[in-house]
Design a protein around this ligand. Structure first.
Ligand SMILES: Cc1cc2nc3c(=O)[nH]c(=O)nc-3n(C[C@H](O)[C@H](O)[C@H](O)COP(=O)(O)OP(=O)(O)OC[C@H]3O[C@@H](n4cnc5c(N)ncnc54)[C@H](O)[C@@H]3O)c2cc1C
Length: 130
């Protein structure tokens, strides 16, 4: 079979996990509920952050407004101010690109988020200790 992801096509057997060594995550090919079709889904390698930074059910890192659950910030959020756009549940730690919850999963988006994160780091440092 062949499967597609982000415009690329590659061959894989059903239910094969295709490991892409140079990526932040891996791509898993699975047979969908609609039978004949297979689906490619990214899996972030963020297990080592579990318990220290808020993630979604798939392991993507929550940032900014996505840190709110039922209108509340995580219990461990220590500041009066809300998290900045790409700020994680640890103040001053930012996430950008594919590893981020609800990111676009495209090169241009990752580059833009990276540039934005740098700007936010500057803002964070200029503001001084919270
Ligand atoms: C098969 C495939 C085809 C795609 N085709 C397209 C396309 O045609 N057009 C498009 O726009 N996008 C495409 N994409 C998506 C695009 O590749 C990603 O959106 C983009 O690469 C995300 O960039 P990133 O920097 O967030 O993550 P990555 O490019 O995955 O870079 C993350 C880097 O972090 C490193 N890393 C991971 N864990 C650690 C760690 N613990 N310590 C240190 N370093 C670490 C990784 O080795 C990697 O170098 C495709 C993706 C796949 C999988």
């Amino acid at each position: 079979m062949t499967a597609g992801c982000g415009g690329a096509r590659f061959a894989a057997a059903p239910s094969t996990t295709v490991l892409l060594g140079a990526r932040a995550g891996r791509v898993r090919i699975t047979r969908g509920a609609d039978q004949g079709r297979r689906h490619a889904a990214a899996e972030p390698r963020t297990a080592w952050l579990r318990g220290s930074i808020e993630q979604d059910e798939q392991g993507f890192i929550r940032t900014g407004r996505d840190l709110y659950r039922a209108g509340r910030l995580p219990a461990g959020w220590p500041l009066e101010r809300p998290p900045l756009l790409l700020e994680t549940s640890i103040p001053g730690v930012f996430a950008a690109g594919d590893v981020r919850h609800r990111s676009i999963k495209r090169v241009a988006a990752a580059v833009g988020e990276g540039a934005t994160a740098i700007q936010l780091v500057h803002e964070y440092l200029q503001a001084g200790p919270d």
